[in-house]
Write a protein that binds this ligand. Structure first.
Ligand code: JF8
Length: 299
């Protein structure tokens, strides 16, 4: 996969050199190109912002530098293709998974990802969808955001996804790019080792979706007077699996009751329904969801 990032703070993206994403790049599984937006300004002050039409607080990012930057990134990706350029040396050695060399197929355009608090939620599902694309371009803004016409014009030339990493307000989109790139990179073929595979991810689609993970423990078996739950030392794999699932139920109920609302009765066997009952959760056939005994009392 190829990733381009256009930003006024390329140094903010330094973490992409480290850890999982850094290793994926070194192995040639990910081809990241950082671009300084100011290199597409034409004035002596390298201006990227101006006052908002209609008034109001703050500044808005000017369209011209973004337009020129996106033109250049599109052309560069096409050039990289024409010259058969891969990620870099070492790509061949690391490319055990096939299409992991960062090359962009002919006629390809990037999917433009624009972080914004008003975007669609960046979920595991969206991470999966984006991980399936060969080329992503990220446009993290600063100030009050980018002139709307940039997004509209870009959408006539490439798919555009405006996405938000959560319901809080950041000072700019760079950290959101770090979050999104890490979530996407770990889904690429060969990036995660077996030891850290994603089969049990809380939000992975499939059997274990909508369930938070429970607590984990390692050696020593006693630490500062605190013991690891006995069942985990029992070697009884059936009991361990059931205990972990019950811990996951309790954790999900405590921290994410909205996920409990998505649970369906058929997903739980008799013993699990009993465990849910102990947590105060009863199936409400009328409502088609689990309800807390405590909530029922309120009504
Ligand atoms: C920004 C540009 C964001 N979940 C989120 N909270 N805040 C942002 C965000 C993104 C871009 C800019 N301020 C100026 C905040 C995302 N994604």
């Amino acid at each position: 996969m190829r990733i381009d990032v256009i930003t006024i703070f390329p140094e903010y993206l330094e973490p992409l050199n480290v850890s999982l994403v850094g290793k994926a790049r070194a192995r040639g599984q990910l081809d990241v190109h950082l671009h300084d937006l100011r290199s597409w300004t034409t004035d002596v002050h390298r201006t990227v912002d101006d006052t908002p039409y209609g008034g109001g607080p703050g500044m808005v990012m000017k369209p011209e530098p973004w337009g020129a930057a996106l033109d250049a990134v599109l052309a560069q990706g096409a050039d990289a293709l024409a010259s058969g350029e891969g990620a870099d040396a070492g790509a061949a050695a690391g490319a055990g998974e096939g299409s992991g060399d960062g090359g962009v197929p002919a006629g390809e355009v990037p999917t433009l990802v624009v972080p914004t608090p008003s975007g669609r939620p960046f979920t595991q599902e969206l991470a999966q969808e984006l991980a399936g694309r060969p080329w992503l371009a990220f446009a993290p803004a600063r100030y009050e955001g980018i002139d709307r016409r940039v997004i509209e014009e870009a959408a006539t030339r490439m798919p555009v996804v405006e996405a938000s990493i959560g319901d809080y307000v950041l000072a700019g989109g760079e950290v959101a790019v770090l979050v999104m790139v890490e979530a996407i990179a770990r889904l690429l073929p060969g990036v995660l080792g077996n030891a850290e595979s994603h089969r049990d991810d809380s939000f992975a689609p499939g059997a274990m979706a909508d369930l938070l993970e429970g607590p984990v423990y390692t050696k020593p078996a006693e630490w500062r007077g605190r013991e690891v739950p006995e069942v985990l030392l029992s070697g009884h794999h059936g009991k361990i699996a059931r205990w972990r699932r019950e811990q996951a139920f309790a954790r999900t109920l405590a921290h994410r009751p909205d996920l409990v609302d998505r649970w369906q009765l058929g997903a739980f066997d008799k013993k699990e329904r009993e465990a849910l009952s102990v947590l105060g959760l009863r199936w409400d056939g009328e409502a088609g969801r689990f309800r807390s005994v405590a909530d029922a009392v309120e009504e």
